[in-house]
Ligand binder design. Structure first.
Ligand SMILES: [Zn+2]
Length: 445
C-alpha cells in the first residue's frame, strides 16, 4: 500500500458532507481517499510514503467535463463564424474535414485535449466521437477517467448503419475489458432522429442494455428533432424517446437548449442528464438553456465544454463562470444560479451523469482519489472570507491556477508539469497533422 499525505491545505470536500477545513489534510491510500480532516486532528509522527506541504493551496474534487469530442482539437479554429449547433453548420464545415481526416491524426489531437483538461483541473470526461480504436489508447495513456461513447453517424445510409452498429458492439466488448479500469464504453448516437433513425436508436438501446451502459447524445441544439418528431410522429422528441424505451437507459444529453417545459417532468423521473455547454451555445448565437428552471424541476444537470471548435478551450473553471453569468443574464436577476450549485454541476452532477455518483465528485472517505490542488497565492482569491471559495472558484480564478491533478491516486500533473503526457510533443505532431489535413481537403476540392 502507498500512502500520501496532503497537509496544511484549504480543503473543500463538496458532496453531501460538504465540509470545509481551512487548515486541513487528506490522506490517499493507493487509489482511494482514506482520510479527510482538520490539521488539529492529525496525530503527529505518523508515517506516510509521501508528505506534501499544501500551505497556500486549495484541495478539492477534480472536475467532470460531461460532454466533449477530443479528436476535434484538430479542427480548432476551422469553424469560426459558423454555428455547429445546426446540422447544416456542422455538415458544411466539420463534416468536410471529418471525411478526409485519417485515423493516424487522432492520437495527437486526443493527447492535446487530455493534456489541456489535466492542466485545468478536469479529472473525468465524457467523450463522443468515432475513431475509438485510436482514442482509447491515447486516453489510457493520459491517466484520465473517461466515459467514451462510440459516435454513430448514419445520415439515412443503411450500409453505414449496419457497419457502425457492428463496430459499436465490438467496441463496447473491448473497452469493457480495458485493463486500466478507468474507461467505460458508452453508446453515442450522434443526433437523435435528425441523424439516427428510430430503428437504429432501438438497436442502440439494446446494446446499452447488453453492456450495462448509457447513451451520450446531442439534443435540442436548435429544436430540429422536435420539429422532425412533430412532423413525422405528432409528438415531441422526448415523448418519442420515451415511447421507444430510450429514457430507461442512463442518458447524457448535450445542450438541451429548447426542450419543451411540458417534458421536464419526464426527464426528472428518468436517469437523464442535461449537459449545459454555455460557451458553445453563446458562440453559436443560440438561446441559453433554461438551466435554472430545469434544475428546479429536478433534472440532473452537468457541465461540458463541447468540442473546442465552438468553445474554444478546455478550462472548466471558465465554463462554470460563463454558465453562471449566462444564467443571471437569461433569468434577468443576479445570482440566479448560485456558485455552489455551479460547482455541484461540475462535480457531483457530472459524476451522477456518468454512473459514478458513488465514487467521484466529492472528497469522501473510501471514494476514488480524484482531486486537484490550486494555488491560492495567485490573483483573484482575496479578500477571504468575503470572497468565499465557491465565489472565487466560479467567478475570479481559472484553471491555470491548478498546480496538481490526481486521478486514481496517481499524479497526472505535479507542480504544473504533466507526468503522463508530453504536451509540446503532442502539439508538434498535431501541427503536422493539421498541415496534412488541409492538403487533403484541398485535394478534395
Ligand atoms: Zn457536441
Amino acid at each position: 500500500m502507498t500512502t500520501t499525505l496532503l497537509y496544511d491545505a484549504f480543503v473543500l470536500c463538496l458532496g453531501e458532507a460538504d465540509h470545509i477545513f481551512e487548515r486541513g489534510y487528506v490522506v490517499v491510500e493507493d487509489d482511494r481517499i482514506a482520510e479527510v480532516g482538520a490539521m488539529r486532528d492529525l496525530p503527529e509522527g505518523r508515517a506516510f510514503d509521501t508528505r506534501i506541504d499544501c500551505s497556500g493551496k486549495l484541495v478539492m474534487p477534480g472536475l467532470v467535463n460531461a460532454h466533449t469530442h477530443t479528436p476535434m482539437t484538430l479542427f480548432r479554429g476551422f469553424a469560426e463564424g459558423v454555428s455547429l449547433l445546426t446540422l447544416d453548420g456542422w455538415y458544411n464545415t466539420i463534416r468536410t474535414l471529418e471525411l478526409v481526416m485519417t485515423a493516424d491524426m487522432v492520437p495527437a489531437a486526443v493527447e492535446v485535449a487530455c493534456a489541456e483538461m489535466i492542466r485545468t483541473g478536469t479529472t473525468t470526461f465524457a467523450d463522443q466521437y468515432f475513431f475509438m480504436d485510436q482514442i482509447v489508447p491515447a486516453v489510457a495513456k493520459s491517466g484520465l477517467r473517461a466515459a467514451l461513447a462510440y459516435g454513430v453517424v448514419e445520415l439515412g445510409d443503411p450500409v453505414a448503419r449496419e457497419r457502425e452498429l457492428t463496430r459499436l458492439d465490438a467496441f463496447l466488448e473491448e473497452v469493457g475489458n480495458h485493463p486500466s479500469g478507468r474507461l467505460k464504453g458508452w453508446v453515442g448516437p450522434h443526433a437523435f432522429f435528425v441523424d439516427n433513425s428510430p430503428e437504429t436508436m432501438a438497436r442502440e438501446k439494446v446494446l446499452s442494455e447488453k453492456y450495462d451502459t448509457g447513451l451520450h447524445i446531442h439534443i435540442s441544439t436548435t429544436g430540429e428533432e422536435d420539429d422532425f418528431c412533430r412532423t413525422h410522429y405528432g409528438t415531441t422528441a422526448v415523448k418519442k424517446m420515451r415511447e421507444l424505451g430510450m429514457l430507461e437507459r442512463p442518458t447524457l444529453a448535450a445542450h438541451a437548449i429548447s426542450i419543451p417545459e411540458e417534458d421536464w417532468n419526464i426527464l426528472a423521473e428518468s436517469p437523464f442528464t442535461c449537459v449545459i455547454a454555455a460557451s458553445a451555445c453563446m458562440r453559436a448565437g443560440a438561446e441559453a438553456a433554461p438551466t435554472v428552471g430545469m434544475r428546479a424541476a429536478g433534472i440532473n444537470l452537468a457541465i461540458g465544454t463541447d468540442n473546442v471548435c465552438n468553445n474554444n478551450d478546455y478550462d472548466l473553471f471558465l465554463e462554470m463562470r460563463t454558465l453562471a453569468k449566462l444564467s443571471s443574464y437569461r433569468e434577468k436577476r443576479p445570482g440566479a444560479l448560485p456558485a455552489r450549485d455551479v460547482l455541484e454541476m461540475a462535480t457531483a452532477g457530472g459524476a451522477r451523469a456518468l454512473g459514478m455518483g458513488d465514487m467521484i465528485g466529492a472528497l469522501t472517505v473510501g471514494w476514488k482519489a480524484d482531486l486537484i490542488v490550486l494555488d491560492q497565492t495567485g490573483i483573484g482569491w482575496t479578500p477571504f472570507p468575503a470572497n468565499d471559495p465557491f465565489t472565487a472558484l466560479v467567478y475570479s480564478v481559472n484553471g491555470l491556477q491548478v498546480t496538481d491533478t490526481m486521478v486514481d491516486g496517481k499524479w497526472l500533473l505535479r507542480n504544473r508539469q504533466w507526468t503522463t503526457l508530453d504536451y509540446a510533443d503532442a502539439v508538434k505532431r498535431q501541427t503536422a497533422d493539421v498541415t496534412r489535413l488541409m492538403a487533403l481537403r484541398e485535394a478534395q476540392g
